[in-house]
Design a protein around this ligand. Sequence first.
Ligand SMILES: C[S@@+](CC[C@H](N)C(=O)[O-])C[C@H]1O[C@@H](n2cnc3c(N)ncnc32)[C@H](O)[C@@H]1O
Length: 268
Amino acid sequence: MNTTTFNALCKIVYNKSGIVLSENKLALLSARINRRLRVLNIADPESYLTFLNAKGNDNEFVSLIDAISTNVTSFYRENEHFGFLADALKQWVGAGQSSFTGWCAAASTGEEPYTLAMTCAETLSTRGATTRILATDISTDVLDKCREGIYRNDKMDGIPTAYRSKYFRNAPHSKLGDPQSQVTEPLRKLLSFHRLNLSSPPFPMKGPMDFIFIRNVMIYFDNETRVRLLKEAYRLLKPGGYLMVGHCEGLTNIASDFQFVRPSIYTK
Ligand SMILES: C[S@@+](CC[C@H](N)C(=O)[O-])C[C@H]1O[C@@H](n2cnc3c(N)ncnc32)[C@H](O)[C@@H]1O
């Protein structure tokens, strides 16, 4: 891919998703674009750029963002957040609250929102309280995976054994023959999945939310996009609610009204 095409694609990716691709990402972008070239039977990145900009090909922007987004995630990733949330939920239930709303803003393939659902179910179901969790992502591919809720068993190590038998059922093996499990329907029903671009506020949700997880996505944005996103998160969070960000995404150099609670946890 030549530099002009790379720069033009970076601009499109930024405008459509807020994701900043630095100059050293040329090889990465080429590799990811290659998948689209094969699917579309397009000869080279330059022709792909022409295709992308042609009238009537707007859907390709979604596929481009699907292809370039990094979806690394796992169950109980950065585990302390879930313990902290469970304690907060217990306190709020103790204070008389009986229904809860949370938002998982970059849900990826679902491991994070399902971890949230297990945390809420474990903490709240015996206390007679209910939960709704909104899970969003920009990538339509990962949202399909979220809705399906099927995971390879060897990717489920982080889940406590008792929860695996309580919240998962055997599913058909993968195409490559790997044993898999599916999230049970009652747990899936706690969640709703929607496509949402975090770089394009304002968002349609009203709030107030009890907790918001925006983890391991702001690293892909520039400060301007982060500030706009955090402003919306602040609007949506209830006073006293919690915002969790990724462990390497502290808000120190980002203008926002959030108050620091402990590293990677903030409140309003
Ligand atoms: C590295 S994963 C993080 C997943 C999960 N939050 C975690 O911490 O394990 C980043 C996710 O952010 C999503 N993403 C990237 N840009 C986005 C945007 N502008 N709006 C919404 N989601 C975005 C990607 O599609 C990807 O699923």
